[in-house]
Design a protein around this ligand. Structure first.
Ligand code: S3P
Length: 174
């Protein structure tokens, strides 16, 4: 990693199921950084699961907690931050966290996303995908969000191992 990047945070964004947490874990291990998953941070802070927060406070309540997470994590360095799928699409969060390091956006196809969120035990924790046709919902949300994700450097994950994705990010840091 370039000296100028030393200790800067690395922020991973991208749709649900694109591998932010899995890639983030190996990336953090490789760099001796700490991994923070913002969904886990919010769950620990509030003592509630993501579905509970959505059910009790609505999506708006959850988005307010994401803003709190962005403000708190922006005070820290040496982190790999695996952000919730929409967190960095909020311009406020992108500004606050973007200042603390480099942002990468992980990309996958709707089918890959569906199979990853279905296999992932976290699948049940994604209230936005609790609909009769999750593949359609993923496609619609992706279409809606794509122009916003595309503002960040894109890292394609399709057909790549976790190690290859991490190598690609490390290469971009050099
Ligand atoms: C969301 C993504 C989830 C979680 C919440 C909403 C989204 O995080 O923050 O369910 O709107 O894309 P992951 O991307 O880690 O699944």
């Amino acid at each position: 990693m370039k000296k100028s990047h030393a200790n800067q945070n690395i922020i991973l964004t991208g749709f649900m199921g694109t591998g932010k947490t899995t890639v983030g874990r190996l990336l953090a291990e490789t760099l001796s950084y700490q991994l923070i998953d913002t969904d886990v941070w919010i769950t620990e802070r509030t003592g509630r699961t993501i579905p509970q927060i959505f059910a009790q406070d609505g999506e708006a309540g959850f988005r307010a907690l994401e803003r709190e997470a962005a403000a708190a994590l922006a005070q820290r360095t040496g982190l790999v931050i695996a952000t919730g799928g929409r967190m960095m699409l909020d311009p406020h969060n992108a500004r606050v966290l973007g200042k603390t390091g480099l942002v990468f956006c992980l990309v996958a196809t709707p089918k890959e996303i569906l199979s990853r969120v279905t296999e992932d035990p976290k699948g049940i924790e994604r209230p936005l995908l609790q609909v009769p046709n999750p593949l359609q919902r993923i496609t619609d949300l992706l279409n809606e969000r794509r122009p916003l994700y595309e503002r960040f450097p894109q890292i394609i994950t399709s057909g790549k191992t976790i190690q290859q994705v991490v190598q690609e990010i490390l290469f971009a840091l050099e």
